[in-house]
Design a binder for this molecule. Structure first.
Ligand SMILES: Nc1ncnc2c1ncn2[C@@H]1O[C@H](COP(=O)(O)OP(=O)(O)OP(=O)(O)O)[C@@H](O)[C@H]1O
Length: 252
């Protein structure tokens, strides 16, 4: 087993006037690994992702990047290594910017490439998500939901990160487009060796993409293991309910 890129060790988080939203969670994502994070609404998935991104500080426990706590000095390397894709491709792309500028943003803000080099990387990243080079001169409103999510993925992967954190990346898309975007993530995993942590309430998307799954309930991990095994014989009644809530899972 390779060393984790990102690791939560016994992490808890309490909102200012609330109960514990995350309670003693440990999980890790290693190089090339794909992990699904599932659980019903309110189980703590978004909070956990915010903790993993350093957007919230744990009330207890530690978040480790390459084995060390995140510090201002390691933030740049963290951002170059860990990128995100969010649920809503409509709101995550700035409508006033051309696609070329949107996709180049991580290169610019991290100071990784400029000018012709950056332009070449943008075109290559768009090609890797199946979009032509002339996409760079167009605006987000000219694209469908699935294409916008491809653009968001191109932006997230332009700097060749090691880990993609995806928060419900296909929930806002129709079923056919969902499959295409999941297939794209599968391809990127295979071609770029990208590790993925995907938050989803859609277990069929998790089954297609993620080798391992972590099940959250009320802020705690109630079950974890290989996705295939977990779907075949869920140990917890809660997991079984999540599995049963999926209309059709791929036949095994
Ligand atoms: N800003 C906040 N202030 C107080 N409590 C919050 C806040 N945000 C979330 N919570 C609470 O923390 C718990 C976990 O919420 P979280 O949004 O992480 O769950 P989730 O699994 O992502 O849900 P969903 O699938 O609906 O997005 C819930 O009980 C929620 O009510």
């Amino acid at each position: 087993m390779t060393a984790p890129i990102l690791e939560l060790r016994d992490v808890s988080y309490r909102y200012r006037r609330g109960a514990l939203a995350v309670d003693g969670v440990s999980l890790s994502v290693a190089e090339g690994q794909s992990v699904g994070l599932v659980g019903e609404s309110g189980s703590g998935k978004t909070t956990l992702l915010r903790l993993m991104l350093g957007l919230a500080r744990p009330t207890a426990g530690e978040v480790l990047f390459d084995g060390a706590a995140l510090r201002p000095a390691t933030m740049r390397s963290f951002r170059a290594s860990v990128q995100t894709v969010f649920q809503d491709p409509y709101s995550s792309l700035d409508p006033r910017q051309r696609i070329g500028a949107i996709v180049a943003e991580p290169l610019r803000s991290l100071g990784l490439a400029r000018g012709a080099e950056a332009a070449g990387m943008v075109v290559a990243s768009l090609a890797s998500v199946g979009l032509p080079a002339d996409t760079v001169g167009r605006y987000p409103h000219e694209f469908s939901g699935g294409q916008r999510q491809r653009i968001a993925i191109a932006r997230a992967t332009v700097c060749h990160p090691r880990l993609l954190l995806a928060d419900e990346p296909v929930s806002a898309l129709d079923v056919t487009t969902r499959i295409q975007v999941i297939d794209l993530l599968i391809e990127l995993r295979a071609s770029a060796g990208l590790a993925v942590l995907m938050v989803s309430h859609d277990l069929s998307a998790v089954a297609a993409l993620c080798d391992d799954t972590v099940v959250l309930q009320g802020g705690t991990v109630v079950e974890t293991g290989s996705t295939a095994e977990l779907l075949r014989s869920p140990a917890q009644a809660y997991t079984r309910r999540l599995v049963d809530a999926v209309p059709r899972l791929p036949a095994e």
